[in-house]
Design a protein around this ligand. Structure first.
Ligand code: NAD
Length: 284
């Protein structure tokens, strides 16, 4: 039986530590604050906004919501982002994407200052992940994978790690973050030849392909640690990951479940980045 890498456990430990840091900031006169900028009324954005608001509140981070109608212009949205950039009482900003089609995503996301980019969406933040500097913040999802590995004491030093997926939000930054933790990282994608033979060789496998139950037993070998990033729905409407859990679990040493794994940890990582951003203002 594989050990289940429960996101809930990671969240409990993280939140306890973050609450203490938020309190220490308050005592020094800094009230950590997250701005959330949303265009339109997408139900998944609203659900994430609600989850992030509750999590922040419990930790001691206030939130400020900026909601624009779906018909808002790019200039109006950039004006809001500039307001966030210039407001010293706001430490971090979450911009909901994808934006409606009439927005130029590249222009809008890069209007945010990397110093307030707690969700790792700007090119400046991604450059920070690449260069190993603290300019900006890494995207929350691969950072949540690292939190899970760290919480459960999974040593990456010298380990072979394979990431399935090469998106800018998950796969690529995950591979860089593994490398900076001294793992030897390989990235698989849609053009990879004989992917199962690559993943079977790895000691740690992070799966972010975005295909329900795609990764079955032929991809795994005994002793592996598996992090499933996928959030998908089966034809019956059940939430599931990219990994076929029933096939992988009897083989591997440890696996993160879906639901209850990476997705659970993401908003706590967002809160962690806000606290870090607030602490940086204090250091200045
Ligand atoms: P994406 O579609 O942008 O990228 C998927 C990547 O997987 C691509 O690089 C593609 O080359 C690769 N891929 C797709 N099919 C493949 C296949 N058959 N074989 C090999 N590689 C394949 O998706 P994304 O934004 O990176 O998200 C990946 C998954 O993670 C999705 O299920 C998404 O819902 C989930 N996700 C979860 C969270 C979270 O908080 N847990 C956050 C973001 C994304």
């Amino acid at each position: 039986m594989a050990k289940i890498l429960s996101g809930k456990e990671v969240v409990a430990a993280l939140n306890e530590q973050l609450s203490k840091r938020a309190q220490a900031l308050e005592e020094k006169g800094v009230a950590p604050c997250l701005a959330m900028v949303r265009v339109g009324e997408r139900q998944d954005d609203i659900a994430y906004e609600r989850g992030a608001t509750n999590r922040c509140k419990r930790i001691g981070i206030s939130t400020k919501n900026f909601i624009l109608p779906e018909s808002a212009t790019q200039e109006e949205l950039i004006k809001v982002i500039e307001e966030v950039n210039n407001d010293p009482s706001i430490h971090g900003c979450l911009l909901f994407r994808p934006l409606p089609e009439h927005f130029d995503d590249e222009v809008v996301r890069n209007a945010l200052l990397p110093a307030k980019d707690v969700d790792g969406i700007t090119n400046g933040s991604l450059a920070g992940v690449f260069a190993g500097t603290d300019q900006g913040y890494p995207p929350c999802t691969p950072a949540a994978c690292m939190e899970i590995l760290e919480h459960f004491g999974i040593d990456l030093n010298g380990k072979k790690a394979t990431v399935i997926g090469r998106s800018l939000v998950v796969g690529r930054p995950a591979a860089l973050m593994l490398t900076s933790r001294n793992a030897t990282a390989t990235v698989c994608h849609t053009r990879t030849v004989d992917m199962p033979s690559v993943t079977r060789e790895a000691e740690v496998v992070i799966v972010a392909a975005g295909r329900a139950n795609l990764i079955g037993k032929e991809y795994f070998s005994p002793g592996q640690v598996v992090i499933d990033v996928g959030i998908n729905f089966t034809e019956e409407g059940t939430l599931c990951g990219d990994v076929n859990f029933a096939e992988a679990e009897p083989i591997v040493a440890a696996i993160s479940p879906v639901p209850g794994g990476v997705g659970t940890v993401t908003t706590s990582v967002l809160a962690k980045h806000v606290i870090e951003a607030a602490e940086k203002t204090l250091a200045k």
